[in-house]
Design a binder for this molecule. Sequence first.
Ligand code: FES
Ligand code: FES
Length: 175
Amino acid sequence: MSGNNNEQGGRLTINFRLNEKEYSLEIDPGERLLDLIRNRLGLIGAKEGCGMGECGACTVIMNGQAVNSCIIPAARADGAEILTVEGLSGGMENDLHPLQKIFLEKGAVQCGYCTPGMLLSAKAFLDKNRGREIRREQIKEGISGNLCRCTGYQKIIEAIYCYAREAERAEERKG
Ligand code: FES
Ligand code: FES
């Protein structure tokens, strides 16, 4: 999808796809992607933690990469494909992505503040490594930009590892 970034009186019109829906919105030049997502679109899964690109609470996936939406100008969304935690399950209401289910099963969620960002960093990491055998150390590295104050990370890493193993087994069964 190519963007069509028009400027009018200091405001910009950007076009993007978010959670499989097309949007065309006017934004202020200084607007952050996090504000666009939370305040303008009402998708409050992405959280504001540090506001400085250091905690990962605001993580979304943009063009396949996990990014900190608190330090990305909304203008960069022009022409982009974005996924937030609300779109993770493919838009099925009241349904959860298998990664979300395994987070719950493994006790990888406590207060939940970091969880949307963790899930999206994990998804971007897993997508990049699809078809490869993944070790716990690599998962730790893959989510190193996301801070969690509650879980001590072990259960999160275990949940992602179990999900990855499950996906590997499913691939093997397919042959
Ligand atoms: S709120 Fe964006 S990285 Fe902390
Ligand atoms: S579950 Fe509370 S910050 Fe991670």
